[in-house]
Design a binder for this molecule. Structure first.
Ligand SMILES: [Zn+2]
Length: 327
């Protein structure tokens, strides 16, 4: 997904063709607005201007309402399309007025009947794709419909993203740590919890946008009387073993952005120690060929068990097909 500003400069033939097609019959919006009365520029008037821009110039709500209409089923339905388009035009004007509010000090008030029509479209939740675009939860968004952006869902087979860890023994969280025996200091956990509680990452934006938020958390953690790798160890131990702070993926999101480099170093150092052991008995794998995960002894036992199971299944299958035939 791209920002509107970026989509204006793409050279993709298909996008240009679709843009042209969608422009047909579209004319510039015409409406009357107002000008603020003239007044001398003073510190007071500047302050008032800034303050008005902050309090009355928020286009977020209006833009989200426009998204609700653009992605509604009504705009795709020939009977309701006109009404939905009219709503879009009204809200587009409103949005423009809000943007200029600090300069014009003017916002229009829609007549009652217009207000009623608009609210029919806007008194609903956000389109389904906001779950991914703005990190909304399932109960903050509408059911998925087949509006254009929602159709991106169908391009990705969700099962491809689900990784099964059928054999969990292969992962030992201690591989991420520098000292697995570290004693957790409660103050470290509380500080991390507090520092991340209200912090919010911008999803889908360039990493640089999140730098100030991440920087604040780093500075807070640096004030603690521990080395960064020790803090990292304590957090990992909580994440995988004690779960006092790490209860949801939100905390982990910050963690890997802040301590990812230390964790990487630890993995590199620990790999020979933890990475190449038999998943069944834990013995180190020597002369490991073909990326095996079991030592020769356990591999033999595993294979015997596997073959016995396969035979049992095939016997069960043939019995059931015989019994079906006899019916
Ligand atoms: Zn083994």
């Amino acid at each position: 997904m791209v920002d509107g500003d970026k989509s204006l400069v793409v050279q993709d033939e298909t996008i240009i063709e679709v843009a042209k097609r969608n422009q047909q019959g579209t004319v510039p919006l015409y409406y009357n607005t107002r000008k603020a009365p003239k007044e001398p520029v003073t510190s007071d008037s500047r302050y008032r201007g800034l303050s008005t821009a902050f309090t009355g110039g928020n286009i977020g709500i209006c833009s989200n309402n426009i998204s609700k209409i653009k992605n509604s089923q009504e705009i795709r339905n020939p009977e309701t399309k006109q009404e939905a388009m009219d709503c879009l035009r009204w809200l587009c004007m409103t949005n423009n007025l809000v943007i200029d509010f600090a300069k014009t000090l003017y916002k229009s008030t829609p007549p009652k009947e217009v207000k009623e029509i608009i609210s029919k479209y806007t008194n609903r939740k956000l389109p389904a794709f906001f779950k991914y675009a703005k990190d909304k939860s399932d109960n903050q968004v509408e059911e998925i419909n087949d509006c254009i952006v929602n159709r991106i869902f169908t391009l990705y087979d969700e099962s491809k993203f689900k990784i099964k860890f059928a054999d969990k023994r292969r992962f030992d969280y201690r591989i991420l740590m520098s000292n697995p025996d570290i004693v957790i200091n409660d103050n470290v956990l509380t500080t991390y919890k507090e520092a991340t509680r209200y912090a919010k990452l911008k999803i889908g934006k360039e990493e640089i946008c999140n730098a100030p938020v991440i920087g604040d958390i780093i500075s807070t953690m640096q004030k603690l009387n521990y080395a960064q790798y020790e803090i990292c160890d304590m957090l990992i131990k909580d994440m995988f073993k004690e779960h006092r702070v790490f209860k949801d993926s939100r905390c982990k999101d910050f963690f890997f952005r802040i301590y990812g480099d230390i964790v990487y170093e630890n993995i590199v150092t620990n790999k020979p120690k933890y990475g190449l052991v038999c998943v069944d008995c834990g013995e180190p794998l020597v002369n490991n060929r073909g990326n095996r995960c079991r030592c020769p002894k356990c591999q033999k036992a595993y294979r015997t068990k596997y073959l016995a199971e396969a035979k049992r299944k095939s016997r069960a299958m043939s019995t059931s097909s015989t019994s079906k035939k006899s019916r």
